[in-house]
Design a protein around this ligand. Structure first.
Ligand code: BES
Ligand code: MN
Ligand code: ZN
Length: 485
């Protein structure tokens, strides 16, 4: 999709104009123009309640004027002068859903007429650009009618002047589409080696350095805890490292670490059958790191950023790790694996130790770590944990700007004792209480010397039900966080 900006409505050229209509009061500039060209149709539509202009309601009007558009799409924005993030998202999603199926190549969206509560025009522009593009995402490649889903739209013009904001929104959407695609791919395609090949491809496409640590190399490094997770699988595990070097040479990087369990059966502690297919999404942390890497490579900011993916498949088999097995981590601490379904922390802990070698400025791990986080926060907020208040504040700021919500959760030392084990230095589960917190506590034992935060995205990385699909979160948050550096 080509993205461009226009400033004044009167100068724009497009096949389709998207105009925003408030449900009450004065018309917007675009709606007033249409009203004039149609003998007051918009006013009539509102008065007769044929088109009430409620938030996200749409109506297509062909042949309004040949001046600069063959057709106009009316989109309701309701009665409030400024929209909440939720309302604006709904409005923009409606715009994308409508225009992607229409036979027009160029579309101008009078997006200057959509004001977002508490946001500057530039920040609003970045979000609108992101959301419009996200609305064009389709999961392709596995159905026979895929070709029919291709959109005719090639260019979208948004209203505004800030090219940098447009670029941020567009790149974020590219990153989030990449993350969604990886997430939606089935477990028999998206294996740890597939993720490794995607890293190599990013390396070639954007000239970034990629290192792949295979099982032999990880064994030499003593990453037995990570390796214990993939032991039951025919698919080899990988630690994938990508270096984006846009900052000063030799300057310590910011590290993002993603949980890349390409399928989580639970292992010997087998999960129940219903909805187990959704455990193909257990690599969405990894996918969000890939997506952020893509967005950053597109935007080329002046920052050093290292992406690390801990990739494995969690399967039961005669070779698989069993409950009660004790493994030694790269850090030297031993872990009693009481439940093989608490595997995310087992791959992440060795990756957290490995990352020490980069002397990172900060480390943020992203993981679909616990069902307990879904119980606590649902699908609205990702859970955020941090051992450093400045880092927590930076993430909250980035979250606010990107409308990608997080909620800080506690890491009090009192929770740590839930991980005590009779037989090893630490157990891998903390009992039924505060499951998301004890998972974060487990990780915190491996973050010795650096500022660290953990995002539990178990509730936010995908939606289930009829609209099942990966969300692309938290690519927007992570991209903003790195851009703010
Ligand atoms: N990948 C799951 C967490 C998960 C479950 C995410 C459901 C999204 C939806 C993770 O590996 C897991 O199985 N966690 C266990 C931990 C427990 C055994 C301590 C859980 O949450 O049940
Ligand atoms: Mn699990
Ligand atoms: Zn898992």
């Amino acid at each position: 999709m080509n993205m461009a900006l226009f400033d004044r409505l009167s100068t724009v050229q497009a096949d389709l104009l998207v105009a925003f209509v408030p449900s009450e009061g004065a018309l917007s500039e675009s709606a007033a123009w249409i009203d004039e060209n149609t003998q007051g149709q918009i006013s009539q539509l509102r008065e007769t309640s044929v088109f009430k202009a409620g938030v996200g309601q749409t109506l297509l009007l062909p042949g309004v004027s040949q001046d600069f558009a063959q057709a106009v799409l009316l989109v309701g924005i309701g009665k409030d002068a400024a929209l909440s993030d939720m309302q604006a998202r709904k409005v923009i999603a409606a715009v994308a859903a409508q225009i992607k199926g229409l036979p027009f190549a160029s579309v101008a969206i009078a997006s200057g007429e959509v004001e977002l509560k508490g946001r500057s025009p530039s920040d609003a522009l970045a979000l609108v650009a992101q959301w419009v593009n996200e609305g064009f995402y389709n999961f392709l490649g596995f159905k026979k009618d895929d070709a029919e889903k291709a959109t005719k739209v090639t260019t979208i013009q948004l209203q505004g002047t800030d090219e940098a904001a447009l670029a941020i929104g567009t790149a974020t959407a590219k990153g989030s589409a990449f993350a969604r695609q990886l997430g939606n791919l089935p477990g028999n395609v998206c294996t740890p080696s597939y993720l490794a090949s995607k890293a190599q491809q990013l390396g070639e496409d954007y000239s970034i350095e990629v290192e792949l640590l295979d099982e032999t190399k990880m064994d030499e490094l003593g990453m037995h805890c990570l390796l214990s997770v993939g032991r039951g699988s025919a698919q080899p595990s990988y630690l994938i490292v990508m270096h984006y070097r846009g900052g000063n040479e030799g300057e310590a990087p910011h590290v993002l670490l993603g949980k890349g369990i390409t399928f989580d059966t639970g292992g010997i502690s087998l999960k129940p059958g219903p909805k187990m297919d959704e455990m193909k999404y257990d690599m969405c942390g990894a996918a969000s790191v890939f997506g952020t890497m893509k967005a950053i490579c597109e935007l080329k900011p002046n920052v050093n950023f290292t992406a690390v993916i801990a990739a494995a498949e969690n399967m039961p088999s005669s070779r698989a790790t069993k409950p009660g097995d004790i493994v030694k981590t790269m850090s030297g601490q031993t872990v009693e694996i009481l439940n093989t379904d608490a595997e995310g922390r087992l791959v992440l802990c060795d990756a957290l130790t490995y990352i020490e070698r980069f002397k990172p400025k900060s480390v943020v791990d992203i993981a679909t770590l616990t069902g307990a986080c879904v119980v606590a926060l649902g699908s609205v907020n990702s859970g955020m944990y941090a051992n450093n208040d400045d880092l927590a504040a930076e993430l909250k700021t980035a979250s606010q700007t990107s409308a990608d919500k997080i909620w800080q959760m506690p890491l009090d030392e009192e929770y740590q004792q839930q991980l005590d084990s009779n037989f090893a230095d630490i157990g891998n589960i903390g009992g039924p209480e505060a499951g998301s917190v004890t998972a974060a506590c487990f990780l915190s034992r491996f973050t010795g010397s650096y500022s660290w935060a953990h995002l539990d995205i178990a509730g936010t990385a995908w939606t289930g039900g009829a609209a099942k699909g990966a969300s692309g979160r938290p690519v927007a948050l992570l991209t903003r966080y790195l851009l703010n550096k």
